[in-house]
Design a binder for this molecule. Structure first.
Ligand code: AMP
Ligand code: ZN
Length: 136
């Protein structure tokens, strides 16, 4: 995709600080880092979101994500690591080329995702599960 910023990073057409790549995935530093070490793991081919990932691509991207998380743990000794991944603007996606954020975390670092728990009745949970099973 000619206009996609992450495709340009994969193709080395724009500057990026790349820390890892293999045949199907690439990891580079997020220019809007929440904490030092905040990295992005992206699919190399232009796939917009999780719905376009085939199995080998999903496997490669998640293997790289685990590799980067282990590296961040060793390099920064954070108190935790958050994986964040958005699909669609309603979900918070701003770059429409599949990627996973790998963020070193510390108590009180200010990164917050509002999580409005609704504690539905068991019947509603069962009904939601049935809808999922019906299409798996
Ligand atoms: P998302 O909101 O999950 O789509 O995240 C997109 C992320 O890409 C943001 O955290 C941006 O800071 C980051 N980003 C955008 N452009 C670049 C770039 N050229 N190099 C590195 N990170 C980028
Ligand atoms: Zn792209």
């Amino acid at each position: 995709m000619a206009e996609c910023i992450f495709c340009k990073i994969v193709a080395r057409n724009v500057p990026a600080t790349i820390v890892w790549e293999d045949e199907r995935s690439i990891a580079f530093m997020d220019i809007g880092s929440v904490n030092p070490g905040h990295a992005l793991v992206a699919a190399k081919p232009h796939v917009e979101n999780i719905f376009e990932l085939d199995q080998p691509l999903a496997a490669a991207v998640f293997q790289t994500t685990a590799r980067i998380a282990r590296a961040l743990k060793q390099a920064f000794a954070p108190q935790g690591v958050t994986l964040y991944q958005a699909n669609g603007s309603a979900a918070g996606q701003t770059v429409f080329h599949f990627h996973i954020h790998v963020v070193p975390r510390y108590e009180g670092d200010g990164m917050n995702l509002a999580w409005p728990i609704k504690t539905p009745p068991r019947s509603a949970i069962e009904e939601a599960a049935a809808r999922i099973r019906a299409v798996l």
